[in-house]
Design a protein around this ligand. Sequence first.
Ligand SMILES: Nc1ncnc2c1ncn2[C@@H]1O[C@H](COP(=O)(O)OP(=O)(O)OP(=O)(O)O)[C@@H](O)[C@H]1O
Ligand SMILES: [Mg+2]
Length: 342
Amino acid sequence: MKNVVSVMMRKGGAGKSTLTLLLTDALVRMGLNVLVIDMDPQGNAGTGLGRKVQMRAVEARIGKTTLEEPDVLTVIEVIQSGEDGVADEAVLLIDTPGWQYPIDLPFHRGGPLSAGKIGRVGLIPSYSALEDLPASWKPTDFERLAHTLLLPAERGGIAPSHRWDVVLIDTAIARALGVQSAKAAFYALFVTNAEKFGVDAIPETMRLVEDVRDHYYHDGIDVMGLVWNAYSPNQITARALTMDAAQAHTAKQKHWDAPIWPFEIPKATVVSDSHDMAAPVSAFLGTSEKRKPAAKVCQVAEAIALRLLDTIGHPLAGELREAWVQAWPENEQTNVMTKGVA
Ligand SMILES: Nc1ncnc2c1ncn2[C@@H]1O[C@H](COP(=O)(O)OP(=O)(O)OP(=O)(O)O)[C@@H](O)[C@H]1O
Ligand SMILES: [Mg+2]
C-alpha cells in the first residue's frame, strides 16, 4: 500500500501542521495507526502531539559552554544514518495526556468509531537543528529518508512505513527539506489558505513536486489533492479565489494539476485551542461551548481522512465510511458528510 503522504505547501502558515494533526486525530479515532514524521525544524507537529523535543546538557563542555543534545532520537539522526529501515528506532509512541482518548464515549463525542478501538500514534520528532542539515547534502543524500522509512532493515523484513496504516510527513517550506520529504512519499497532499498568497503558492508547490519527479528521479509521487484551510464561507474574496483555482485546474493550466477536493477546513478558534492545549480537536466534542465548531472541523477532517484512505486504497476505506455516516446524529451532520464522496 502506498501509504506515505507528504503534507505540502510552500507557504508559511498554510495549515500543513494543522492538517497533519487533524488527520491524525480522525484516523486514530477510526482505529487506524498513524505515524507522523515531523520534517519541519519548528517541530510544530511534535508540539501539537505534546512531545516537543527538549534539549538536555551532555557531559562534554567547552569553556563555559555546556553542550546540549535532544532528549530523544529525532528525524535528524534518522536521516543522518540513512540506513535501511532505521526509522523504526526513532518512533515515539504518543501517550501524552492531551492525546488520551475517552474510549467509552461515542464517536460524535470524541470517542472511537468502533467500540474500544483507538489507533496508535507514532511520532518521529524534529527540532531546530534540522534547519542546518541540508547544507551538507549531496544529490544522492536526498534519498536518505526514503531508505530509512520505505526499505526493510533486512531482506524480506517489514519496512517501517508498513507497520502503520498511514504515514504523514509534516513538511517545511525550505526547498531541500521539501525534496527530502517528497522523495520518501508516494503522495503529496496540498493544503492552503484561500488568500492571494495562499493560492499563489499552489503552482509553486506543484513545481517542486515536478522537480522531484524530473530531476530527483522520483516519478512515483502523485499529488492526491488540495484542501482549503482557515476558510470563511462569507468572505467573497475567499470564494472567488477558490473558484479561480478550480477553473485553473479544469482548464489544465500549467502547474495546476492538483485535484481540488471539495473540503474546506473552517477558520475556528477551536483549531488553535487544540494546538495550545496539545490535544486533538475531537477533545472539544465533549465540551458544551466549543462542541459545535469542533464538530464542524472534525467532520471535514474525517471526510478528508476518508478520501485519503480511498486514494491510497486502504482495505477498510469503504467500511469506515459507512460506519462514519452512521456515527453522527442526523441533526448534527453538516453538508461535508454528503458531498465529496469518492
Ligand atoms: N482552520 C484554522 N482555524 C484557526 N486557526 C488556524 C487554522 N488553521 C491554522 N490555524 C492557525 O494558523 C497558524 C498556522 O497554521 P499551521 O502551523 O498549521 O501552518 P503551517 O503550514 O504548518 O505553517 P509552517 O509553514 O510555519 O509550518 C497556526 O497558529 C494555527 O493555529
Ligand atoms: Mg507547520
